[in-house]
Design a protein around this ligand. Structure first.
Ligand code: TQI
Ligand code: ZN
Ligand code: ZN
Length: 169
């Protein structure tokens, strides 16, 4: 079953059209950015929320960046595997990914020969759930289940995820 953060934080009523921006220094390719477009779409299809990229980083609701090790928020990344990414409850909008992971951005991850390969879209869909206010789920099929088998792609919201997000928005 789905869960929320303590106190059930959500984006306020007047902040349902959210903007997101990428840390300019990351200089991400359009291919990488399009993975996030797809991940946001999963959640906008289940709600009335919308997500639009903005180039104005400072004013964006959701700020996405890849960082290595200690990146100044007291929650350092740890290199390959371990922590992959973290995102914080509303209305933080902080969405950080571990730059040292072997991120897979296209293709069939199950065919990857890199045992530590991690599917970027799967992690992005999960972290966006946190950004919107969902905690972890006890349902194994759910995107918000707290573990993912390695070399797995899991991007389709389960019923449990949809029920959870629809009770928030
Ligand atoms: N990062 C953890 C996560 O996003 C961070 C975390 C731990 C957390 N406990 C939390 C965030 C409680 C919010 C509330 O769950 S992670 C997975 C999964 C991670 C893990 O790097 O371990 C995914 C990131 F579910 F597969 F295990 C993405 Cl998909
Ligand atoms: Zn961080
Ligand atoms: Zn999580």
């Amino acid at each position: 079953h789905y869960s929320f953060f303590p106190g059930t934080p959500v984006w306020p009523e007047n902040r349902r059209d959210l903007t997101y921006a990428f840390v300019p220094e990351n200089e991400l390719s359009d291919t990488v950015k399009s993975v996030f477009v797809g991940a946001f779409q999963r959640w906008s299809e289940a709600t009335t929320l919308t997500f639009t990229e903005t180039t104005s980083f400072d004013s964006a609701d959701i700020k996405i960046g890849f960082f290595k090790g200690d990146h100044g928020d007291g929650e350092p990344f740890d290199g390959v595997l371990g922590t992959l990414a973290h995102a914080f409850s509303p209305p933080s909008g902080r969405f950080h990914l571990d730059a040292e992971e072997n991120w897979v951005i296209t293709g069939d991850i199950s065919k990857s020969s890199v045992t530590s390969a991690v599917d970027l879209e799967s992690v992005a869909v999960h972290e966006i759930g946190h950004l919107l206010g969902l905690g972890h789920s006890s349902v194994e099929e759910a995107i918000m289940y707290p573990t993912i088998a390695s070399r797995t792609k899991k991007v389709e919201l389960a019923n449990d995820d949809v029920l959870g997000i629809q009770s928030l928005y």
